[in-house]
Structure formats: structure tokens, C-alpha cells
Design a protein around this ligand. Structure first.
Ligand code: AQP
Length: 333
């Protein structure tokens, strides 16, 4: 079955970098809502490989990871008949529009405020210009497709806000071109924290694998990571972000995987300690991973390449149309 655009549905765009193995944070913060949104929206989900190369990647591994991100989308429940999946570098309009926005809309003072750049460049001897300019490329990704909504984790909210600023600035100066997108973040799970440090977010490029549960971790490895996950002082299972950030994070993961509310979890574990709760959390994670991985392993590379090729064919005309309008406005067509 082929994906068909429905003009009455709002448009959604989002993406993931093939910069490492995807983890539960990526799933609970982003992919889970994508799956829910694909029924009501025209969804475009991208593998943002140009974003990934803002930091050094090993070429063979990057090629592999691009395919694996698509397999992750499919295993999470994104269906190519309901949503378009494509690879960013297949559509040159992304980098062309990013350059135009660099010149015609973005200011150094905007980019200097970006906290993700500050975090990612901190203590690094050598940092690419691309890493600094990452948010402008992200703005181009979103604006090319007349996007209404951008579902992301909390760490990307600032970048979507910048996208809105750039679009408004361009429209003011050159006339109406871009739709102003809204950010969508999930009520819970928008910021899943590291298992080894509840003050830092779960991240693919974390220094230690103890930080995250990868979606490809075996249940045994995941169980070990949960057993060793940092906890707070005391032993009560209570959702208290300020005083018990580690256990609150584990409770959110458990709640999202089992659909048991945080209040119910508190009630169910009254009088029990962290050990009991972690055992049940490990079981819930195991159940999720086993089901996820059966699907993940069922897609061949050829199927994935076909999906990407099809996806690129679908989005190319949309992207080229926007780019043409932008170039006309600038007088460079
Ligand atoms: N810890 C998280 N909790 C909730 N959502 C998260 N996301 C990432 N980490 C968490 C969301 O996942 C989507 C894809 O992320 P990305 O690949 O574009 O890059 P990122 O945000 O920089 O994620 P990582 O895992 O930390 O990757 P690296 O380490 O390579 O930078 C986004 O919607 C993101 O918000």
C-alpha cells in the first residue's frame, strides 16, 4: 500500500539522527507519539544523517545506522502506508534552504543562545561549524514541508522555537512563505534521564552505556542496567522530581511502558523498597524489548532501502516547490 497525502490533515515533521543506537528516551520522548499521530496527521519522518555528521562518525557504521534507524521506526509502529520515511541527504533542498536561512534569517545572536550546542561543545578541543549551525538545518527540515506540528523531546524544544523565529523573520522581510510550526511534547516522557545520573538526559552519545537502555539491548543487559541504576536516599517509591529524581525517572519509564499511572504505582508499592520496584520495571522493559526486537529483526536491508527510496520520491516535489518559492522571493531563481 502506498502513502497518500490528505489535504485536510495537518502536517507533522520530525526526525532522529543516526548517531548511535536508539534508546528508551528516543522511543518514549519521540517515537511513541509519532506512532499515535500517524492516524490524524500527514506525517513525514526523516533520518537526519546530515545532522549526525555534525560530530565525527565512522562511515561504515553510519551507513549501517541509517538503515537501523528506519528499522527502529518500523518496529516502533510507524507504517510506510501511513507516514513517509526518508533520508535527509537524499533531498538536497534541505541543505540549500539551510544556507538561505543562514544568510536571510539566522543571526549569530540566535545561535549563541542554543543550550544544546553549549552542552555538546563543552570541553571539546575541536568543534565543527556544522554543530553550531545544526538548529538552522533543523529549521530548514521543518519549514520545507509546510509543517504544522513537530513532535520532539524536551531537548529539541528550543530548536523548534528558533525555527518559528526564523520563519517569522523571513516572512516579514520577503513576504509570506513559511507556515509557523507548533512544537508538540508528550506530557510524560519528554525528558527521560540517564540511569547513571538523573541530572543528565538519556543520550545515544553518552560516555557510558550504563546511561541508557538501548532498544537493541538484550533483556539480560537491560535488567543489569536497571539493577545498577542510581537511586535516591530513602526507600519509598514516590514521584518527587525534586527530592527523588532517580526514582521519579524510573517511575515515568515504568508508567509509559505499562500504562499504569504514577499515582497507582505509588499505591502499588507502598511499604515496598526499590529492589521490588526495579524487579517489576525490569520485567516491563523486558516485555517491551522482546516484542520490539522481534519486529526490528524482521525487516531486511532491501525492504528498508525501498522504503527510503519511495519516501524520497514522495517528499522531493514538496521540498522543491517550497525552495522554488523561497528563491523567487530572494530573486535568485
Ligand atoms: N532523553 C530523552 N528523553 C526524551 N526524548 C529524547 N530525545 C532524545 N533524547 C531524549 C528525543 O528523541 C528524538 C531524536 O533525538 P535525536 O536523535 O535527534 O538527537 P538528540 O535529541 O540529541 O538525542 P540523543 O539521544 O541525545 O542523541 P545524541 O546523543 O546523538 O545527541 C528527539 O525528538 C529528541 O528530543
Amino acid at each position: 500500500m502506498d502513502y497518500k497525502t490528505n489535504k485536510n490533515k495537518p502536517a507533522v515533521f520530525s526526525g532522529v539522527q543516526p548517531s548511535g543506537v536508539l534508546h528508551l528516551g528516543n522511543y518514549l520522548g519521540a517515537l511513541k507519539q509519532w506512532v499515535e499521530m500517524q492516524e490524524q496527521y500527514n506525517c513525514i519522518f526523516c533520518v537526519v544523517d546530515y545532522h549526525a555528521i555534525t560530530v565525527k562518525q565512522e562511515p561504515k557504521q553510519l551507513s549501517r545506522r541509517i538503515l537501523d534507524v528506519v528499522r527502529t521506526y518500523l518496529a516502533a509502529g510507524i507504517h510506510p502506508a501511513k507516514a513517509v520515511i526518508f533520508q535527509q541527504s537524499a533531498i538536497s533542498a534541505h541543505t540549500e534552504l539551510a544556507w538561505i536561512l543562514n544568510c536571510a534569517a539566522a543571526r549569530l545572536s540566535d545561535l549563541n543562545k542554543m543550550t544544546q550546542f553549549k552542552d555538546k561543545s563543552a570541553k571539546k578541543e575541536s568543534v565543527s561549524v556544522g554543530l553550531y549551525d545544526y538548529p538552522v538545518l533543523m529549521a530548514a527540515d521543518i519549514l520545507l514541508y509546510n509543517t504544522d506540528a513537530v513532535p520532539v523531546g524536551e531537548d529539541q524544544v528550543q530548536h523548534v522555537e528558533l525555527t518559528r523565529t526564523l520563519a517569522q523573520r523571513f516572512n516579514r522581510q520577503y513576504g509570506q512563505v513559511f507556515k509557523i510550526p507548533e512544537v508538540v511534547i508528550s506530557e510524560q516522557g519528554a525528558r527521560i534521564m540517564g540511569l547513571d545520573d538523573p541530572a543528565k538526559k538519556m543520550s545515544k552519545s553518552a560516555a557510558s552505556p550504563a546511561n541508557y537502555i538501548a532498544l537493541t539491548d538484550t533483556p539480560e543487559v537491560a535488567t543489569k542496567k536497571i539493577r545498577r541504576a542510581v537511586t535516591d536516599s530513602g526507600s519509598e517509591i514516590k514521584y518527587d522530581l525534586k527530592n527523588k529524581p532517580a526514582i521519579a525517572n524510573l517511575m515515568v519509564i515504568y508508567s509509559l511502558l505499562t500504562n499504569i499511572s504514577l499515582k497507582e504505582i505509588e499505591k502499588n508499592y507502598q511499604g515496598q523498597g526499590y529492589g521490588e520496584f526495579k524487579k517489576d520495571l525490569a520485567e516491563a522493559v523486558k516485555k517491551f524489548l522482546v516484542e520490539f526486537q522481534i519486529k526490528y529483526n524482521s525487516f531486511t536491508d532491501d525492504e528498508v532501502r525501498q522504503i527510503l527510496k519511495h519516501g524520497a520520491e514522495k517528499v522531493r516535489p514538496l521540498a522543491e516547490e517550497t525552495l522554488k518559492t523561497v528563491k523567487n522571493k530572494l530573486g535568485i531563481n
